[in-house]
Design a protein around this ligand. Structure first.
Ligand code: 5GP
Length: 208
């Protein structure tokens, strides 16, 4: 029997591009999507739940995990460490399930280097850096230093947008969601997920 490989959907966006809202909506419409819960040394924000949003750990635990090779990729972002579980990625690839990854540009590059076309990569861009700055300030979750750092990083991240399979522009939320949904659905049309349809290599394709 032909196995359908796991569907890995990687989403990257500068902080404040509206990614969380878009991801929440995608997961509501397509409940089969599981979320890859990263491990981080960042303290939880109000409303964040350990094990649901992140696994919140101290620096010692994080470096133990790095030493044990527990992460398929990890990165130092905005002054904190974030890592993606290697075991989770492997089981997603084997298990034929759908998993969404919310990671930064460094994480995207590391995953793409290891997984290549076995995963799908979408970048969510703000309409401009000015809009991004306004949104981040309005969100009120960052202190001035953290806000400046996130904006500086956003500039570099925007330069990487061209490396992704798709770019969703989040100016108007409805339009952005339509684009993200279209990208998600289009990724399912890739030949590797159409295995039941295609003859296996070397198989006689003549029918009667
Ligand atoms: P936040 O602190 O706002 O939750 O996340 C900051 C950044 O870290 C976001 O761009 C998010 O996508 C990224 N991020 C979260 N988890 C991971 C991870 O496991 N690996 C990498 N490389 N980035 C991550």
């Amino acid at each position: 029997m032909t196995r359908i490989p796991g569907f890995l959907f990687v989403i990257t966006a500068p902080s404040g591009a509206g990614k969380t809202t878009l991801i929440t909506r995608l997961r509501q419409e397509f409940p089969q999507i599981r979320f890859s819960v990263s491990t981080t040394t960042r303290p939880p924000r109000a409303g964040e739940v350990h094990g649901r949003d992140y696994f919140f750990v101290d620096h010692g635990t994080f470096s133990d995990m790095v030493t044990r090779d527990a992460f398929i990729e990890w990165a130092h972002i905005h002054g904190n460490d974030y890592g993606t579980s290697r075991e989770y990625v492997d089981s997603a690839l084997d298990g034929g399930s759908e998993v969404l990854f919310d990671i930064d540009v460094q994480g995207f590059r590391a995953l793409r280097a290891q997984l290549g076309p076995r995963a799908n990569y979408v970048f969510i861009a703000p309409p401009s850096l000015e809009t991004l700055g306004r949104r981040l300030a309005g969100r009120g979750t960052e202190n001035p230093e953290s806000l400046a750092l996130r904006l500086k990083n956003a500039r570099t991240e925007m330069e990487a947008a061209g490396e992704f399979d798709f770019i969703v522009v989040n100016d108007d939320l409805e339009t952005a969601y339509t684009e993200l949904r279209a990208a998600y659905l289009a990724c399912h049309l890739r030949p590797q997920y159409r295995t039941g349809l295609l003859p296996a290599p070397g198989q006689d394709s003549h029918e009667g």
